[in-house]
Design a protein around this ligand. Structure first.
Ligand code: SAH
Ligand code: SF4
Ligand code: F3S
Length: 458
């Protein structure tokens, strides 16, 4: 038995791809290990969404070099930086043995055999452009021990947001056939999973034989599934049908991640986001009419080329107006081959210290809003899907509410149970409470979670 350690950076697509890598390596007798020191194979599943993400990959590689020197471990680089940089990674980092793109995961055994037997360095970054996405979960057992799991429903992105590298690293949109998605969801309930998050870079343009709204409704009907979530949804094609799904299906959780990116129409135009602030707010209004208590979160880019103080004030005002439950805000980072990077000089780069000052102001505002919204839960009893031990105190439990708020609590409900928790205190990022009752428990008992390998949100 050999051991593989996979360090995952980036988004849910990568988290999910890491499981596919583990499955693909099983026929070669590789078992996943949470400790890099005893690994025979180290894989970095990389993200290139921002410059910092790439820097993190390089510093992790530096650390893993020691394991290579001591144990002769093989080192591979997968994910979005691999797809973007290809051969250049081998040139830049002499101790990397192979590079493979997100579409080459199924080829991992073949790649490794070449590395091990022929002692060659391999680069495998060809796209799989078939109309139906053909990389299903090979083994639901890799999800055993989890109450909640991601299911990839599409890959790639056909949008052209001018800041974004994803279309270059993930290629064109390809959807998985809906019956295949539903079969996978059903197989996950067989190992105890009770909540699934359907993931794709742009789920609103899902085309796997039904609309995305229908896919959500069908997923909610799979026996054993108690909760359904999804991410990410682009505002410009958020359909009325999807909004209606929130009206009719209570198993669709009360959280919507709707990245706005900026509160200024001028900036949105240069970003090629294809909506105005008014249009965004209209769609949000419909969503809140369908599910009044829905929690909305967003992504914002600060310091996009040409962003004036006035533009930024509009983003600030929008955050106040919408009162997001949370936001992921980052300073703009130029990415290779993107429209904004090519035109940054023309539009006017924003000085680094200005970007940072704006980000800090926005984060402080969001923190105040999150604290206020979370404080409103104190004294209430909420339903929580138990996911495991609390990350801050192993004696406590951890789970999430319908609104995707993290709850740490005292209690003994098993993983996969829907516990009722009375909230005693709240911070900007989490709620804390005491279990007052255990609602429904999983039909399939879920074993305790093993320590999971490193995931790094870039
Ligand atoms: N598909 C999703 C976004 C995926 S990328 C959507 O369209 O909503 C996740 C987030 O990273 C984006 O929403 C954006 O806010 C941020 N991001 C992407 N490219 C970036 C860049 N070049 N600089 C800074 N942030 C960026
Ligand atoms: Fe990137 Fe835009 Fe596609 Fe999202 S929709 S992945 S931001 S190009
Ligand atoms: Fe995801 Fe990062 Fe790639 S956000 S799609 S892993 S560039």
């Amino acid at each position: 038995m050999k051991r593989v350690y996979i360090h995952t950076f980036g988004c849910q697509m990568n988290v999910n791809d890491t499981l596919r890598m583990t499955e693909a390596l099983q026929p070669l007798s590789y078992q996943a290990t949470p400790t890099v020191e005893n690994a025979d194979l180290i894989i970095l599943n990389t993200c290139s969404i921002r410059e910092k993400a790439e820097d993190k990959m390089l510093s992790a590689l530096g650390r893993y070099r020691q394991v290579k020197l001591q144990r002769g471990a093989i080192i591979g680089v997968g994910g979005c930086v691999a797809q973007q940089e290809k051969q250049k990674i081998l040139e830049r980092v002499p101790y990397v043995d192979f590079v493979f793109g997100p579409d080459a995961i199924a080829k991992l055994p073949e790649i490794l055999q070449r590395v091990e037997a022929d002692r060659v360095r391999v680069v495998e970054t060809a796209w799989v452009d078939s109309e139906t996405y053909v990389f299903p979960r090979a083994d639901p057992n890799t999800s055993r021990g989890k109450a909640t799991e991601f299911v990839t429903v599409m890959k790639g992105c056909d949008n052209v947001c001018s800041f974004c590298v994803v279309p270059h690293t993930r290629g064109r949109e390809v959807s998985r056939a809906f019956d295949e998605v539903l079969r996978e969801v059903a197989s996950l309930t067989g190992v105890g999973v009770r909540e699934v998050t359907l993931v794709g870079q742009n789920v609103n343009s899902y085309r796997g034989g039904c609309s995305f709204a229908q896919l959500l409704l069908r997923t909610a009907q799979v026996p054993g599934i108690e909760r359904v979530r999804f991410t990410t949804s682009h505002p410009h094609d958020l359909s009325d049908e999807l909004v209606d799904a929130f009206r009719v299906e209570p198993k669709i959780m009360g959280h919507f991640h709707l990245p706005v990116q900026s509160g200024s129409n001028d900036v949105l135009k240069r970003m090629r986001r294809d909506y105005t602030v008014v249009e965004y707010l209209e769609r949000l209004g419909k969503l809140r009419a369908a599910r009044p208590d829905i929690a909305v979160t967003t992504d914002i880019i600060v310091g996009f080329p040409g962003e004036t103080e006035e533009d930024f004030e509009k983003t600030f005002a929008l955050t106040e107006q919408v009162r997001y439950a949370g936001q992921f805000s980052f300073v703009y980072s130029p990415r290779p081959k993107t429209g904004a990077a090519l035109r940054e000089a023309e539009w006017g780069p924003v000085p680094h210290e200005v970007k940072i000052a704006r980000l800090e102001r926005l984060n402080a505002l969001q923190k105040r809003i999150s604290v206020e919204l979370n404080a409103a839960f104190v004294g209430q009893t909420v339903e929580v899907l138990v996911e495991g031990a609390s990350k801050t105190d192993a004696a406590r439990r951890f789970g999430r509410t319908s609104h995707n708020r993290t709850v740490n609590f005292d209690g003994d409900a098993p993983i996969g149970a829907l516990a009722h928790v009375r909230i005693g205190s709240a911070s900007a990022s989490a709620l804390s409470g005491i279990q007052v009752a255990v609602g429904s428990v999983p039909a399939v008992p879920i074993p305790e979670l093993a320590a999971s390998p490193e995931v790094c949100v870039a």
